[in-house]
Design a protein around this ligand. Structure first.
Ligand code: PLP
Length: 495
């Protein structure tokens, strides 16, 4: 099992190198050369296992340079009781016979990114040892809220790493900001940037490509790395929960072994749903993958017409983690469906960079139509989905999950498909109290972290304890800088 680039199949890296490097030098994404198949027997063998054991087995198929013992130890640590508030780790909640919800927010930051970002630091830290790296990895991240916090929580006090997160000063929710500026750990840093997410993100990209800064830091024993979902070490742990969900449903006799299920996934960067595609490719009985977008519907258009066009208005929505116009991980799908032709992918990506759009060939589009269905949910429809799910099922969901709930309903109405369907819940509703309160007909009283109490009170549901405890936590970081000052922040951080 080796890793090659979506833009050059002559590249050949071991798993540990791929994790350490994050991105291929040619700008492509590192992708496994093979996708091992899971038989019914393999799935049956996983039924009695814990989530941690399943994770070690599945990840082991892709990481031959990590031992089974090592991977199990990583999984026990990543998903153990000190970090996750339920022993099921990723519990499946059944709403009716054919509708289930996969809850991915029981980790330390109450968003699904924990499933990957509790694992990636351990894979990376081991990769440094395996490749004889003596420098310290400096993880730089630009965040619109969830990634930054989840990455800091995962990398806090991990040996031979430091992590610095930039977020747009007025572009994250109050709870998200409180989570970041109270982060523990000796190796973490946080800085807000005057401007929006694009300013922040382009600032980080500029630092990554600043050769002079790179050389200077190399001399001081550092190299840059990324915690974004372009890293294979983030995608792989996500493949696990699709397979684990299937095993849970069969184990609990809600599904027969071999029977198909659909997944409906709230999508931004296309990392989560791509992991679902890989699970299907490995042989998991998956019917349709339903791609749910918010008002930023670039993916809906692409998956239905074959034309990707980022030249459109960008909307700030109540599901900010999906406010995105360039879905990086789509590149891995195109590579796979286009016959693993690096030239073709490079050509599409060049067109995207030059003109902001490209159109895939008919052969790729035909496969996309077979595998996926796509829909988008506007702001009102998203709020209505929160209200409806709460009223009809007594189940409280966040704004991102609501996009999936709405698009799942659209899919059923449009196709009449009655295949059992799992919609993926990516964040706790207590991270987005303001929008959730309004959606269920309440008037938010107060601001920010105070609304957690109100939402607990009116719904009688407990907030994740770490969120509830935020108010008592001391603010550790107060740094705010202009975009032009970001390189200086890095220099100071790595003094
Ligand atoms: C990141 C995120 C998403 C989007 O996931 P992608 O892998 O980027 O498609 C959806 N919901 C929440 C809450 C997120 O944090």
């Amino acid at each position: 099992m080796k890793y090659y680039s979506t833009r050059d199949t002559a590249v050949s890296l071991d798993a540990a190198q791929a994790v350490k490097q994050g991105l291929s030098r040619d700008g492509g994404l590192l992708t496994p050369t093979e996708f091992p198949k899971l038989s019914e027997m393999d799935l049956n063998a996983m039924l009695p296992m814990t989530y941690q054991q399943r994770a070690a087995v599945i990840m082991g198929l892709y990481l031959p340079d990590y031992s089974a013992k090592e991977l199990l130890a990583f999984a026990e640590k990543a998903y153990g009781p000190a970090r996750f508030d339920t022993s099921a780790v990723a519990p499946v909640r059944t709403l009716d016979e054919a509708t289930h919800c996969l809850e991915l927010w029981h980790g330390p930051t109450s968003a699904f990114k924990d499933l990957a970002l509790q694992m990636l630091p351990q894979l990376l830290s081991a990769a440094l040892k395996k490749t004889g790296e003596t420098r310290t990895a400096c993880i730089l991240a630009a965040t619109s809220g969830d990634t930054g916090k989840a990455a800091m929580e995962g990398f806090a006090d991990v040996e031979q790493t430091k992590i610095l997160v930039f977020y747009p000063k007025d572009g994250v929710s109050a709870v998200q900001e409180a989570q970041m500026v109270t982060q523990r750990g000796e190796n973490v840093g946080v800085c807000s940037v005057v401007g929006n997410f694009d300013d922040t993100q382009s600032g980080v990209k500029r630092i990554f490509s600043d050769e002079a800064l790179r050389t200077e830091l190399d001399r001081r024993g550092y190299f840059f790395s990324s915690a974004n979902s372009i890293n294979w070490g983030r995608i792989l742990p996500q493949v696990v929960y699709y397979i684990s969900t299937y095993c849970d449903l069969v184990r609990d006799e809600k599904l027969k072994m071999g029977e198909k299920i659909n997944f409906c996934v709230p999508t931004g960067n296309f990392g989560d749903i791509l992991a679902g595609y890989y699970a299907k490719k490995m042989g998991l009985p998956v019917g349709r993958l339903i791609c749910a977008s918010n008002k930023n519907d670039v993916l809906t258009e692409f998956l239905t017409t074959g034309t990707y066009d980022r030249n459109r208005v960008f909307y700030n929505t109540m599901s900010p983690s999906m406010d995105i116009l360039i879905s990086s991980n789509l590149e891995r799908l195109l590579f796979d469906l286009g016959g693993r032709d690096g030239e073709k992918v490079r050509d599409y990506m060049d067109q995207l960079a030059m003109s902001g759009s490209y159109r895939v060939d008919d052969a790729i589009l035909a496969q996309i139509r077979e595998l996926f269905w796509a829909g988008s949910s506007g702001e009102e429809a998203t709020a209505a989905a929160i209200a409806r799910t709460y009223k009809d099922c007594g189940y409280l969901i966040d704004t991102h999950t609501a996009v999936a709930a709405d698009v799942m309903a659209q899919y059923r109405a449009a196709t009449g498909d009655s295949t059992p369907t799992v919609f993926v819940s990516t964040a706790s509703p207590f991270k987005f109290c303001d929008s959730v309160l309004k959606a269920i007909g309440e008037t938010p009283k107060g601001k920010g972290v105070d609304l957690i109490d109100q939402l607990q009170y009116v719904t009688g549901r407990p907030a994740p304890w770490r969120l509830a405890a935020l108010r008592e936590k001391e603010r550790r970081f107060n740094l705010s800088r202009k975009k032009e000052e970001m390189p200086e922040v890095v220099r100071t951080f790595l003094k």
